[in-house]
Design a protein around this ligand. Structure first.
Ligand code: G3I
Length: 354
């Protein structure tokens, strides 16, 4: 339990008042801050980050921030099938084991992302020729080989990622086509069989802004649960921006998930400040808007019952590590640290909001 100083209490109170009244904050409202104390030390739940192993092993500042600030690690890419299972009879454990060792060495929770997804599949899976029994064996052995390998190292798995369309129907992915419509149920069952102690998550995008999709996911997962399938939590990816969705939509999403008795993981949080891909500069007022929105997200996350607060994971350490600029071919500043690894207003206000 972190004891906060009188000054910090004053700052927290002022920021609480500030955010309550802060529709028209002036750019100077969020003073700079230092980052000597880890973010996770301010929180009653894990504060995590998506990690790129190359950066962790080759960028000392990146590594030191990861160690100092966060107590939960999600591999950004190296636990995906293309990296971990590159050939039918080959599992590439080396890099994944190096990340698992880093987590054990520094006492970090390791959140496995992701066992079953339709993206980043190796060509041998995409081109696999076999009957339904062959596909079932491929699917089951992929899951159970990986889960068994990381038993007692991975705390939780994103068992299935992004299985629903925006209209709430199931995506017609290769897994649905080849393993059948019950592939999601089978994925959770096979994972639980391989490691009864690991937490099992369903992870998806836009659940915080698309209530219809979220309802369809909850109906689907609740049905699985009612038929005895273990599902512990839902990842709200939270790839949001300073325009959309409204904070009220995000709050509804968090409450919906908790009300349905699932752990709530804000699993891939970033806040784009350039959703319309304009030519922008990272003005202080823009970054203050980002900070205030993040503060509201966290303060509302803190309102859900503590037993459902699995944690908050940021999808990268600094703006230069974010997937967004490359993916959307635009400048953007979505994370807590800027490109020189200096804490941004979002970091400074986050400390007071956790
Ligand atoms: O490592 C290779 C490199 O060797 C090669 O030269 C280069 C060019 O082809 O590609 C590199 O791999 C890229 C990898 O990121 C590492 O940079 C992949 O092509 C690229 O597809 C991959 O993008 C990742 C994307 O998922 C797809 O897997 C992003 O980093 C990652 O942030 C993003 O994360 C996803 C979550 O897993 C699921 N939710 C959405 C989120 C954002 O798309």
């Amino acid at each position: 339990m972190k004891i906060i100083s009188y000054n910090q209490l004053i700052i927290i109170s002022l920021n609480t008042i500030l955010m309550a009244l802060c529709s028209g904050c002036s750019p100077s409202d969020i003073p700079g801050c230092e980052d000597s104390t880890g973010l996770y030390e301010y929180a009653s739940y894990p504060v995590g980050v998506a990690i790129d192993l190359f950066d962790l092993q080759n960028d000392t500042i990146y590594r030191n921030i990861a160690i100092r600030q966060f107590n939960s690690i999600t591999p950004e890419n190296i636990f995906k099938a293309a990296w971990l299972h590159p050939e039918e009879n080959t599992f590439a454990w080396t890099e994944a084991d190096q990340l698992a060792y880093f987590c054990s060495q520094y006492g970090k929770r390791l959140h496995g992302h992701t066992l079953i997804w339709h993206e980043d599949l190796p060509s041998w899976i995409v081109n696999f020729q076999g009957n339904s029994a062959d596909w079932e064996e491929l699917f089951k052995s992929h899951i159970q080989t990986i889960v068994t390998h990381f038993k007692d190292k991975v705390k939780a798995w994103d068992v299935v990622n992004e299985a629903f369309n925006e209209d709430g129907t199931l995506r017609n992915t290769i897994w649905k086509q080849k393993v059948g419509s019950a592939y999601i149920e089978k994925a959770f069952r096979y994972t639980h069989e391989a490691d009864p102690d690991v937490l099992l998550f369903y992870n998806d995008v836009n659940l915080e802004q698309n209530a219809g999709k979220r309802k369809a996911v909850l109906v689907f997962l609740n049905d699985l649960r009612n038929r005895g399938i273990t599902i512990d939590g839902i990842g709200l990816q939270m790839h949001v921006n300073i325009i959309y969705p409204e904070i009220s939509q995000m709050v509804d999403a968090m409450k919906d998930v908790a009300d349905n008795k699932y752990l709530v993981h804000l699993s891939e949080l970033d806040i784009s400040v350039n959703p319309y891909s304009k030519q922008i500069t990272p003005s202080h007022s823009l970054l203050v808007d980002q900070a205030i929105l993040l503060g509201k997200i966290i303060q509302n996350y803190n309102q859900i019952p503590s037993k459902f607060r699995y944690g908050v994971t940021f999808w990268g350490i600094s703006d230069k590590n974010s997937w967004i600029p490359g993916h959307f071919n635009r400048t953007d500043y979505p994370l807590l640290y800027d490109g020189t690894y200096s804490p941004k207003p979002a970091y400074c206000l986050l400390k007071e909001s956790l």
